[in-house]
Design a protein around this ligand. Structure first.
Ligand SMILES: *Cc1c(COP(=O)(O)O)cnc(C)c1O
Length: 390
C-alpha cells in the first residue's frame, strides 16, 4: 500500500505521496474520480461470492480508497470511514458504539452541533448524556459508571481552546472498558495523532484544513484495529458515503495542507502574540501562547499549531462585539474555518453547562493566508470600533 512505503518519511514527503500509487492507473499522478453505483461482475460465481475488490458504489471506490488510505497513513489507523460532513463524522461513531441504556461522557466544551446531536438523537435513543469538565484529566474516573460505553473528547476545545489531558482520560476510560473518541479537527493528524495517545477513534471535519478552500463538506472517522470492525459495520448499515468529486477535492487539498498549515499557524501565532496585552483585549485563547492555561499540556502532546484562536474583549457585550465585526473589511463574517481566507465569529457560550466566566465577548478568529500586516490593520480597526461603541 502506498501509505506504508512512506511510513518513515517526513510529513511533507508523505503528504505528497500517500494514498494512491500513480502506477495503479497508467502513471497519472491523481487517482481517477470514479462516479459509481453499479459495479459489474465478470460471471455468476464472482457475483455470488462477492469476492471482487469493489462490489457497489456505497462500499467504496478507488477514489474513496485513495483518501481513506492517505488518512490511515496519517492517523496510524486500521481503517477510515468517509462521510458527507464533519458532523456526520461525529454522529457515526456515537451511533456505532452507543445503545439504549448506555452512558456517554462528553466534554462540556464540545463543538456545539455535537452537543445538539447528543441532547436530541442520543437522548431519544435512551442514552444518558453527561457533560464533563474538559480539564478533568484522570478525574474522569469519578464520573464513569459501569454502563459508560464512550468517552468523547475534543482538544483543543471548540471556540475556547481548553487542552485536554488525552492520555490520562484514555487510561481511565480503558481501565473501565469504554471506547475513547476524539474530535481532532483543530490539530489535523499533522499536529496530533490521537491513536498514539490512547484514543480509539479519531474524528475529522475534512471540510476544514484538508479541503482548505471553503467549498467542500466531508468528514472522516479513523479507528484502531479494535474498533474498526464495529465502526465499518455501522457505516455500511447507515448507507453513509462520500461523493466522488468531494473526496477528490479533499485528496487534492491534502497535498498542500502541510505548507498551508505552516503559514496559517505562523501567522496566527504572530497575530495572537501581537493581540496579547493590546488595549481592548482582555485575553487571547491560543494553546501555543505561554500565558494560556493549557499551554504545558499542549506542548507535551502537540507538534504544531493551526490558524484558529479566540480573543476575549475587555468588557462590553453584544454592541461591542457587533461593532468589532462590522469594522472588519478583510476578515469575513462566517462559520466554519480552515479555508485560505480569514474569518471572524462572535462566539456564543450559552450552551456550556460548566461555563467559564470571560471578561467580555469572545471573538473567534480564523487566520487565513493573507498578509499579516493587512490582517493586523483590520483587527486594529475592529478593536478601535469596539472601544468606540462602549
Ligand atoms: C466544523 C467542525 C465540525 C463539523 O464539520 P462540518 O463539515 O462543517 O459538518 C466538527 N467538529 C469540529 C471541531 C468542527 O470545527
Amino acid at each position: 500500500m502506498a501509505g506504508d512505503t512512506y511510513k518513515d518519511r517526513g510529513v511533507h514527503t508523505r503528504l505528497a505521496h500517500i494514498g494512491n500509487d500513480p502506477h495503479d492507473f497508467f502513471g497519472f499522478i491523481q487517482p481517477p474520480v470514479v462516479h459509481a453505483s453499479t459495479v459489474l461482475y465478470p460471471d455468476a460465481a464472482t457475483m455470488a461470492g462477492r469476492t471482487q475488490k469493489y462490489t457497489y458504489g456505497t462500499h467504496g471506490t478507488p477514489t474513496t480508497d485513495a483518501l481513506a488510505s492517505a488518512l490511515d497513513a496519517l492517523e496510524g489507523s486500521a481503517g477510515t470511514a468517509l462521510v458527507p460532513s464533519g458532523l456526520a463524522a461525529v454522529t457515526l461513531p456515537l451511533l456505532a458504539f452507543l445503545s439504549p441504556g448506555d452512558h456517554v461522557l462528553i466534554t462540556d466544551s464540545v463543538y456545539r452541533p455535537t452537543r445538539h446531536f447528543a441532547d436530541t438523537v442520543l437522548s431519544r435513543m435512551g442514552v444518558e448524556v453527561v457533560y464533563y469538565d474538559p480539564l478533568a484529566g484522570a478525574g474522569i474516573a469519578a464520573l464513569m459508571k459501569p454502563n459508560t460505553k464512550v468517552v468523547f473528547t475534543e482538544s483543543p476545545a471548540s471556540n475556547t481552546f481548553e487542552v485536554q489531558d488525552i492520555p490520562a482520560i484514555a487510561g481511565e476510560a480503558h481501565a473501565r472498558g469504554a471506547v475513547v473518541m476524539m474530535d481532532n479537527t483543530w490539530a489535523t493528524p499533522l499536529h496530533f495523532r490521537p491513536l498514539d495517545h490512547g484514543v480509539d477513534i479519531s474524528i475529522h471535519a475534512l471540510t476544514k484544513y484538508p479541503a482548505g478552500h471553503s467549498d467542500v463538506l466531508l468528514g472522516a472517522v479513523s479507528a484502531n484495529a479494535r474498533c474498526w470492525g464495529q465502526l465499518h459495520a455501522t457505516h455500511s448499515a447507515l448507507g453513509l458515503c462520500a461523493a466522488p468529486d468531494d473526496t477528490y477535492q479533499v485528496l487534492r487539498g491534502l497535498r498542500t495542507m502541510g505548507v498551508r498549515l505552516e503559514r496559517h499557524g505562523r501567522s496566527a501565532l504572530e497575530i495572537a502574540r501581537w493581540l496579547e496585552g493590546r488595549a481592548g483585549v482582555a485575553r487571547v485563547l491560543h494553546p501555543a501562547l505561554e500565558s494560556f492555561p493549557g499551554h504545558a499540556l499542549w506542548k507535551r502532546d502537540f507538534s504544531g499549531t493551526s490558524g484558529i484562536f479566540s480573543i476575549v474583549l475587555a468588557g462590553g457585550g453584544d454592541r461591542q462585539a457587533h461593532a468589532f465585526l462590522d469594522a472588519l473589511s478583510i476578515f469575513g463574517l462566517g462559520y466554519s474555518w480552515g479555508g485560505y481566507e480569514s474569518l471572524a465569529v462572535y462566539v456564543q457560550l450559552d450552551d456550556r453547562a460548566l461555563g467559564a466566566a470571560y471578561e467580555g465577548p469572545v471573538m473567534r478568529l480564523q487566520i487565513g493566508l493573507e498578509d499579516v500586516a493587512d490582517l493586523k490593520a483590520d483587527l486594529e480597526a475592529a478593536l478601535a470600533a469596539a472601544a468606540a461603541a462602549a
